[in-house]
Every structure is written in C-alpha cells, then in structure tokens.
Write a protein that binds this ligand. Structure first.
Ligand SMILES: [Cu+2]
Length: 89
C-alpha cells in the first residue's frame, strides 16, 4: 500500500488527482497537527467531501479518484497518509 510517486512538487494552483489502483478503500488525509495554522483553511477549502478536518472522502473502488486543487495553499511540505490504513491497520 503506497502512493506512487510518494513525493511530488507542485506549483500553487496545481491539482493532484489521486487514483485508487487497488485494495481500497483509501483516501488522502493530512494530520492537522502537522499543517501550519495559516495553511489549514486554504487546504481545507481545496479538499471536497471531507470525512473530518483535512481527511478526504473514501475512494473505495479501483479507478475512483479524489482531486485536490492547491489554490491559495501556501508553499510548504504537506505530508499525507491514508486514514483507513492508518486506522484499520
Ligand atoms: Cu489506503
């Protein structure tokens, strides 16, 4: 279970489309404790259908996708993880 590529550099306003290849459900989540305070609102605004703050909806089936468009999100590092895997092992 991994994201490919695991690291990606983008410009402000770029979008990342995360696609479930297999083994879902998956999602894309950011740990609010790891995101600077000033970045939380714009990042939240960039994430449709959150299950919890900065936790994206489940993409359950192969080829399901979730897109985050990083408009107005400040430059920085945004470590992300799959919360079902983190929660359910
Ligand atoms: Cu996952």
């Amino acid at each position: 279970m991994r994201y490919v590529p695991s690291d990606i550099v983008i410009n402000s306003g770029d979008a990342i489309k995360f696609v479930n290849v297999s083994g879902g459900p998956h999602n894309i989540a950011f740990d609010p404790a790891a995101i600077p305070a000033a970045a939380q609102a714009p990042l939240a605004a960039a994430m449709p259908y959150q299950l919890a703050p900065l936790m994206g909806q489940l993409i359950a089936a192969p080829n399901d996708a979730y897109t985050i468009t990083f408009t107005d999100v400040p430059a920085g590092k945004y470590p992300f993880f799959c919360s079902p895997i983190a929660t359910w092992g």
